[in-house]
Ligand binder design. Structure first.
Ligand code: S3P
Length: 182
């Protein structure tokens, strides 16, 4: 626990492509800030007793997105946390407005190619990337979502910056009580 100084009074929400490091960075930032981490996919898995691929296969993506919206509504009434939603959370209309203000969004920026490369070392299955051409799918996700990700208050390039630098930049944003933007 290294940085329990005054913090802005809202959720810190990490957004970005699958593979950008939202869950890992989110855990580390939460630890440094002394906040809870709210990892959407973990919450959904625990609450349903089903894995994310199972939910997509049995109930469909629409059902999963509805759960994301419900969890966002719940999160909005909780004390300030570090939130790590899945990469497609931002495509749900209205979710950003549920958290911001006072929440702040951080885009963990990564190229689709690097994102896919990182995922090749992950044990977590991403149902949207199970098709024949995951590289094309990841590129399509980026094209469809980049404007949404760019609604973030700050963007941190996770390829240029090492993990500790990414964590430090986000922790600094939480301690900036002037609005933190720009
Ligand atoms: C998804 C990303 C996943 C998970 C689900 C859908 C997406 O989370 O929520 O497979 O639509 O991009 P990560 O971004 O943590 O991989």
């Amino acid at each position: 626990m290294s940085a329990l100084g005054a913090q802005f009074d809202g959720h810190l929400v990490l957004i970005g492509l699958p593979g950008s490091g939202k869950s890992t960075i989110g855990r580390a930032v939460a630890r440094e800030l002394g906040r809870e981490v709210f990892d959407f996919d973990i919450e959904i898995t625990q609450r349903t007793g089903r894995s994310i691929p199972q939910i997509f296969a049995d109930s469909g993506e629409g059902y999963f997105r509805k759960m994301e919206i419900e969890l966002t509504e719940e999160l909005a009434s909780r004390s300030p946390a570090v939130a790590a939603p899945g990469g497609g959370w931002i495509t749900n209309p209205g979710v950003v407005a549920l958290l911001r203000p006072p929440g702040r969004l951080v885009h963990l920026r990564i190229s689709p190619t690097s994102a896919l490369h990182r995922l090749s070392r992950s044990r977590v299955v991403r149902p949207l990337l199970l098709g024949a051409d995951p590289a094309a799918t990841m590129e399509a996700l980026w094209v469809a979502r980049k404007d949404l990700y760019q609604q973030a208050d700050i963007e941190v390039d996770v390829e240029v910056n090492d993990s500790q630098r990414v964590i430090d930049l986000i922790v600094a944003l939480a301690h900036d009580l002037t609005g933190g933007l720009g």
